[in-house]
Structures are given as structure tokens and as C-alpha cells.
Design a protein around this ligand. Structure first.
Ligand SMILES: CO[C@H](O)c1c[n+]2c([nH]1)[C@H](O)[C@@H](O)[C@H](O)[C@H]2CO
Length: 446
């Protein structure tokens, strides 16, 4: 393999999520999600932004798939909105919600674009939150029933399934920091949410196996930030290791692959884990087909007795994106290599990588050289990972379209396609044109 070309059949895609792009959250019988309620609660999002319209993808999906085709994508990662299917989370089924995703999948296949479906990207049916949401052990059954229903309805055409998107963010940003829905601030709740998501994930993997979906594959997508010790001191090294075990893939892959939480979590955070959690570990340890890795940035960790797990992040003084995240491509390699070394997954996909910059339309174009530079530097590290034994099979840029960036509303743009929210006009940014060339050449050098 030439040193700058990705393997033959490497998958090139883009990623989105239902609440961030679809709009029409209550259309055609859909029930409210916790993000519908959270964004409609004053003070929770920038400018009071909500997902009521977003990119109007619910109505413009055919136009957007035509855009994907123009860009040359051969895969597309999107999420299903659980409350469109089960308006109350369980029980009554909303056929019109199922129809939308049937139409979306059929249109993707017509365009020769492989669908990669995320079953859960944070938009929990609000009715289930009223029952405790992810803190209620029964959610493992509610979620598995929802997932299994989707396998039955779409499994003849959708072969690649992701159970959960970034369970760490759901658990800690949503239940400890309070900055995401459902807006809780309870560390015990957070660790119960970690544990119940793992139970739901593994029950769903079992249900997936029983559905016997021809050529089907199932995995999980995990958030990661490369944590390096701020100094060579043992205290900083220990703090960086704990931060890695807590916020990155080990918190979930250790139980899934090894049947136990990471050693640092057991040693320093076991009081927060649910009572008798050990009884669930055997069931949680369930083989998956691939690991999805999300990566955006890295940081330094300094020992700090006042911080949770004894560490706080400090900056390196590197250039930052519009999110204030330092640009650290080498961390991408470290995360990818670390996953392979620690768990040796059959397949790895980069299910999100991208950057927000202050994009402006100039002469009907968006000249986002900073995003091209970010993407190129990270693709170099992804190829380096493959050349060093990582079973990386595909890359999904975040995101196809500028979209609703959670608590930041529409103030942060991650798309390779610009969205004018007043007119809903799409403009392919220079980074989108560049990415199209990457796909055509299977390389970031052309
Ligand atoms: C530290 O970044 C996280 O891993 C992360 C970044 N992002 C994500 N997770 C989410 O999966 C997306 O919904 C966000 O839109 C996207 C951009 O913020």
C-alpha cells in the first residue's frame, strides 16, 4: 500500500444525528424527546435555540442525499429518533415515524450509499425520562425492545448498527454536569447511567444475534480525548491514566471485552457504581463486531486533589477550534492505537472527527482552509494508525451539514456543507470539495 493511500474499499462517510438535523420533532405522531424539552426550557441553550427546524432534514432528506452523492460519499451515519418510532418510548408504534426511516434508507441505497445507523444519539423519549430514564434499570428492556423492533423493520437493508452514541457524554454531561438533557447533577446517577447503558447495549447485541441479520454488524460509538500527563511526575501520570479510564473508551470497552470496569474506576470510583453491579458484568461481556471511535481533541492532565479522580485538564497552548478545543492530531493516533493494543477489535471505524470554525459565506462560497488543514492532519494520523496495525475500516467526518450543536445551538458550525438557517440553502464548503477529492483519490494527497 502506497504510504499516502488508504486501503482499497476503505469506507468514506459523513455523520449526523436525528435531533441535530431533522427538525419537525413532533411531526406525524412523534413524541417529544428529552432534548425537545431541554432546549425549550429557557436558559439551557445558546440564544434559546431548539431543534424545531434545524436543517429541516425531515423534509429535505432527498436533497441532502443528492448532496452526499455529489460529494462521492459511500457511507452515511445517521441516528434514528426513538420517540418518532415509540412516541411514549414503549408500547404504541408510530408507523409514520418508521416510514420516514424506511424512505431515508431506500433513498440512500438508491444512491449506492451504505447506511450506518445509530440507534440512540441522546434523544430519549421524554415519557421514559418521567420513569427515571437511564437511571431506571428497566430502560435496558425498553431500549432493547426499541432496537429489536428496528432490526426487524430495517435489518433487511441496514447491515451496520451502532447501539449508543457516546454513552459517557449522556452519563456525565447529561447527569453530572447538567449541560445536556436531562440536566441532572448527580454523580451517582451518572454511574448508574453508565451501567444501564452497558446493560442495554449488551442485551441489544444479544437480540441482534437472534435476529440473524444477514451480513449484519453491530458496535458501539465512544467519545475520546487524548489525555497526556502535564509533567513526567508520577502524580500527573496517574491522573492522566485515571482521566483516560474514566472519560475514554476503557470505561465501556473494559466491561464489554473483559467483563470488568477499569482498575482505576474500581479503585477510586466504585462507591458511585450501582449496588451489586458485579452481578451484571457477565451479561455485559458480549462480543461486538466493531468499535466506533469519536475523536476531536487532546489535552494535558495535571494532578489536582480538588478535581474528580484527582486530575484537571490544562492546555498545551496549541491552536484551537471554535469550540475552544486544542488541535492535537497526534492524539488521534494514540487513541486509535490504544484501542487496538488494549482490546484488539476485529474492526474500528472513526464514527466522528471534525472541527468547528467561524465559517463565513464570501462570494457564495465558504473558504474554510482551517477545516481542510484540520481534516488533513487527522487523516494523516488515521493512515499512520492503519500502517501500524489498527483495523480501521472507515471514516465519518462530523458533520455532513452545519447543525444544532446541543447547548451551543446554531452558533457552532461543524459541517463540510454550510447551512443558511434563514433560507435552508446548502453551500458545499471548500472542505466538502476537498473531502470529495480525498474520497476520489482514497488519499489526502492529490
Ligand atoms: C469532545 O467531543 C465529543 O466527543 C463530541 C463532539 N461531538 C459529539 N461528541 C457528538 O456525538 C455530536 O452530536 C456533536 O455534534 C459533536 C461536535 O461537538
Amino acid at each position: 500500500m502506497s504510504e499516502k493511500v488508504f486501503p482499497k474499499d476503505f469506507m468514506w462517510g459523513a455523520a449526523t444525528a436525528s435531533y441535530q438535523i431533522e427538525g419537525s420533532p413532533l411531526a406525524d405522531g412523534a413524541g417529544p424527546s428529552i432534548w425537545h424539552k431541554f432546549s425549550h426550557t429557557p436558559g439551557n441553550t445558546y440564544n434559546g435555540d431548539t431543534g424545531d427546524v434545524a436543517d429541516d432534514h425531515y423534509n429535505k432528506y432527498k436533497e441532502d442525499i443528492a448532496l452526499m452523492k455529489d460529494l462521492g460519499l459511500n457511507a452515511y451515519r445517521f441516528s434514528i429518533s426513538w420517540p418518532r418510532i415509540f412516541p411514549y418510548g414503549k408500547g404504541k408504534i408510530n408507523e409514520k415515524g418508521v416510514d420516514f426511516y424506511n424512505r431515508l434508507v431506500d433513498e440512500l441505497l438508491k444512491a449506492d450509499i451504505t447506511p450506518f445507523v445509530t440507534l440512540y444519539h441522546w434523544d430519549l423519549p421524554a415519557a421514559l425520562q418521567d420513569l427515571g430514564g437511564w437511571t431506571n434499570r428497566d430502560i435496558a428492556y425498553w431500549y432493547t425492545d426499541y432496537a429489536d423492533y428496528m432490526f426487524q423493520r430495517l435489518g433487511d437493508r441496514v447491515k451496520n448498527w451502532i447501539t449508543l452514541n457516546e454513552p459517557w457524554v449522556m452519563a456525565f454531561v447529561g447527569h453530572f454536569m447538567g449541560e445536556h438533557a436531562p440536566g441532572m447533577k448527580d454523580l451517582y446517577a451518572s454511574f448508574s447511567v453508565v451501567h444501564n447503558q452497558l446493560r442495554a447495549h449488551s442485551k441489544t447485541v444479544k437480540a441482534f444475534r437472534e435476529e440473524n441479520i444477514k451480513e449484519g454488524k453491530i458496535g458501539i460509538t465512544l467519545s475520546n480525548s487524548s489525555h497526556d500527563p502535564a509533567t513526567n511526575s508520577q502524580e500527573d501520570k496517574d491522573a492522566a491514566r485515571l482521566a483516560h479510564e474514566w472519560t475514554n473508551y476503557p470505561l465501556f470497552l473494559n466491561p464489554i471485552y473483559k467483563g470488568e470496569y477499569p482498575s482505576g474506576i474500581k479503585e477510586y470510583a466504585s462507591e458511585f457504581l450501582p449496588h451489586n453491579y458485579e452481578n451484571d458484568l457477565e451479561e455485559i461481556k458480549e462480543k461486538i463486531d466493531f468499535v466506533g471511535i469519536n475523536y476531536y481533541s487532546g489535552d494535558l492532565v495535571k494532578a489536582d486533589t480538588k478535581s474528580f479522580l484527582g486530575g484537571k485538564t490544562v492546555e498545551r497552548g496549541l491552536p484551537k477550534t471554535e469550540m475552544g478545543w486544542e488541535i492535537y492530531p497526534e492524539g488521534f493516533y494514540k487513541i486509535l492505537k490504544g484501542v487496538q493494543n488494549e482490546y484488539n477489535p476485529k474492526e474500528v471505524y472513526v464514527t466522528e472527527n471534525g472541527a468547528a470554525f467561524d465559517d463565513k459565506v464570501v462570494n457564495q462560497g465558504v473558504h474554510d482552509e482551517d477545516r481542510i488543514d484540520y481534516l488533513k492532519k487527522h487523516l494523516e494520523q488515521a493512515l499512520r494508525a492503519i500502517q501500524n496495525g489498527v483495523t480501521l475500516k472507515g471514516y465519518f467526518v462530523w458533520s455532513l451539514l452545519d447543525n444544532f450543536e446541543w447547548a451551543w445551538g446554531y452558533s457552532k458550525r461543524f459541517g463540510i456543507v454550510y447551512v443558511d438557517y434563514k433560507t435552508q440553502k446548502r453551500i458545499i464548503k471548500d472542505s466538502g470539495k476537498w473531502y470529495s477529492q480525498v474520497i476520489k483519490n482514497n488519499s489526502f494527497e492529490f
